[in-house]
Ligand binder design. Structure first.
Ligand SMILES: NC(=O)C1=CN([C@@H]2O[C@H](COP(=O)(O)OP(=O)(O)OC[C@H]3O[C@@H](n4cnc5c(N)ncnc54)[C@H](OP(=O)(O)O)[C@@H]3O)[C@@H](O)[C@H]2O)[C@@H](O)CC1
Ligand SMILES: Nc1ncnc2c1ncn2[C@@H]1O[C@H](COP(=O)(O)OP(=O)(O)O)[C@@H](O)[C@H]1O
Ligand SMILES: [K+]
Length: 490
């Protein structure tokens, strides 16, 4: 499991560690890791030039000490000082002693134009709000160079992004690689900031033992998901494996029923019941489905319900959602089912509820606009989870999962923009509902479902469609299960 910690937590851990180490030792560790990462990105066989963008805090100090290490290896290093009087004094002395040069920001165009690599040490965890004008101009200069420009290595964080929320207010440095110290920060894993970070590499500076057991953000890895996947045992039968009910589709949108059932068949439950008007289409595609045309409450016993995809917005659809909400089993509500959903009604349920909105649906539930949700994904998903007393999976460029009452937010690491294709959300809802029926706790079901769905999106032939994403799911299971079998044998 990958973990990320908020600035406040990182600072507290650093204070403990700093007190036990000689002065400068921690920054030396950070700079050593940073210099090694930079050296790997530099071309061989000719004089190499590195430009350091140096702000007035310790982030600039890291850049200067790393620059000194590179200069000692024969790299031509020039530090552009945004605020020369306030640049880290010891870092500056180290760079100069190693033969590095310094220049003012007015020399930026020439220095950046000649650089093979740029090191962004303007702000790290001490950055506040959007970049100030001098720094913003450097970001814009590099943006204009685009693909033609040199690669940028961000020190700890890309300057201009919010470490805790992943929000970006105004300009920010766009990095190829971010070398982060001690612990990953939430902003490095959540869009829009994540996009500015490029590849993220964590340098161990000895902080781990000082960090609390509970991170602020977590991302499942393959082994975690493999351990969570429900698998039948010798004594299993289809009922013990769990039965998932799907109340989806309508005469107008019969395909949503097929896609949600397809996802549900690939989620580990032993059987899928379908209740609704699109049963014929479902049976034609998946004859293993148990189909009924009446309301969900008459469809027979299930261990979880999925309701909403393609049900439409007529009174029948509302009645279906109400019927499912009355069931005393975990319920996943998606798409049309989220329209006008009453928070009190959801809060009053005794069994778990999982909501799976995309940004537009989340905005409607929060009474805001889509752009606001996309700019503040973490805040939005937490707010929804509290308001509805439900586990919320917010879909989109970064899929996040939050539970009511706090605790770490899950971020899905496997997503791909190829999943932005009609109906792929319906597949996800069936998949997560099936994992709920198989007995996974709601947060685990949502995080596992998103992980499988993301991998299937990557594995499906390009361009992925909701149907090919579904078809790729068994291969995803195979890969995850066979990897863990090998590692448990070894
Ligand atoms: N602590 C440790 O043990 C270790 C810490 N380490 C490193 O220290 C970093 C944290 O250093 P830090 O606390 O000095 O803050 P930092 O990120 O350099 O930024 C502060 C400066 O930025 C300025 N500034 C603020 N906002 C701005 C904006 N929007 N636009 C422009 N400027 C802005 C602000 O200006 P001021 O408000 O003071 O005028 C101030 O000068 C951390 O990320 C890691 O790299 C590593 O060495 C490992 C050990
Ligand atoms: N830019 C993106 N990057 C990664 N995943 C995305 C992106 N846009 C959408 N997705 C994913 O694609 C799926 C689309 O779901 P949804 O919006 O409900 O579509 P539909 O209603 O057509 O099924 C979700 O799993 C979502 O997380
Ligand atoms: K930085």
């Amino acid at each position: 499991m990958r973990s990320a910690y908020r600035v406040e937590t990182v600072r507290a851990a650093e204070r403990v560690l700093l007190a036990s180490l000689p002065e400068g030792a921690l920054m030396a560790r950070a700079a050593a890791g940073l210099a090694a990462a930079c050296a790997r990105l530099l071309p061989g066989g000719r004089p190499r030039r590195v430009a350091l963008l140096v702000g007035s805090g310790d982030n600039g100090g890291d850049a200067l000490f790393a620059g000194a290490r590179l200069a000692r290896r024969g790299v031509g290093v020039t530090a552009l000082l945004l605020n020369p009087e306030r640049a880290h004094p010891a870092g500056l002395a180290a760079l100069r002693a190693a033969g590095g040069r310094t220049a003012g920001a007015d020399a930026a165009e020439g220095v950046l134009g000649r650089a093979d690599l740029v090191v962004d040490g303007i702000t790290g965890i001490g950055g506040r709000g959007g970049l100030r004008p001098g720094a913003a101009e450097l970001a814009e200069l590099l943006d204009r160079a685009g693909e033609e420009g040199p690669p940028v290595v961000a020190v700890d964080l890309p300057s201009g992004v919010d470490a805790d929320t992943g929000e970006v207010h105004g300009a920010a440095l766009r990095a190829t690689l971010t070398v982060t110290f001690g612990a990953c920060k939430p902003g490095l894993l959540v869009d829009p900031a994540r996009e500015f970070a490029g590849e993220v590499r964590l340098v161990d500076i000895g902080l781990r033992p000082e960090l609390p057991a509970e991170p602020d953000l977590v991302a499942l890895e393959a082994a975690d998901v493999a351990a969570l996947l429900p698998r039948p045992a010798a004594e299993s039968d289809k009922y013990r494996r769990g039965v998932v009910g799907v109340a989806a589709g309508s005469e107008r949108y019969p395909g949503a029923a097929v896609l949600a059932v397809g996802g549900a068949l690939c989620g580990g439950a032993g059987a899928v019941r379908y209740a609704g008007p699109a049963g014929a289409g479902v049976l034609a595609r998946y004859p293993e489905t148990l189909v009924s045309a009446g309301p969900p409450s008459r469809a027979g016993r299930v261990q979880s319900w999925v309701v909403g995809p393609g049900v439409g917005d007529d009174p029948n659809a509302r009645a279906t959602v109400d019927d499912v909400l009355a069931a005393e089993v975990p319920v996943l509500i998606d798409a049309d089912g989220l329209r006008g959903l009453d928070p009190e009604r959801v809060r009053a349920r005794r069994a778990a509820t999982v909501l799976t909105p995309h940004a537009g649906e989340a905005a409607a539930l929060l009474g805001g606009d889509r752009a606001g949700v996309e700019a503040s994904r973490l805040g939005s998903v937490r707010k929804l989870a509290e308001r509805f007393g439900a586990v919320v999976l917010l879909k989109g460029s970064t899929t996040l999962i939050a539970a009511p009452g706090g605790g770490p937010v899950h971020v899905n690491p496997t997503g791909t923009p190829w999943l932005a294709t009609a109906g792929s959300g319906d597949v996800l809802s069936g998949l997560v509902g099936s994992l709920l029926a198989a007995g996974l706790a709601p947060v685990q079901a949502a995080a596992t479902g998103a992980y499988l769905h993301g991998l299937a999106g990557r594995l499906a032939p390009t361009p992925a469609t909701a149907t090919t994403v579904t078809a790729a799911l068994p291969e995803v299971w195979d890969q995850l299960l066979s990897a863990t079998e090998v590692s448990s044998e070894g």
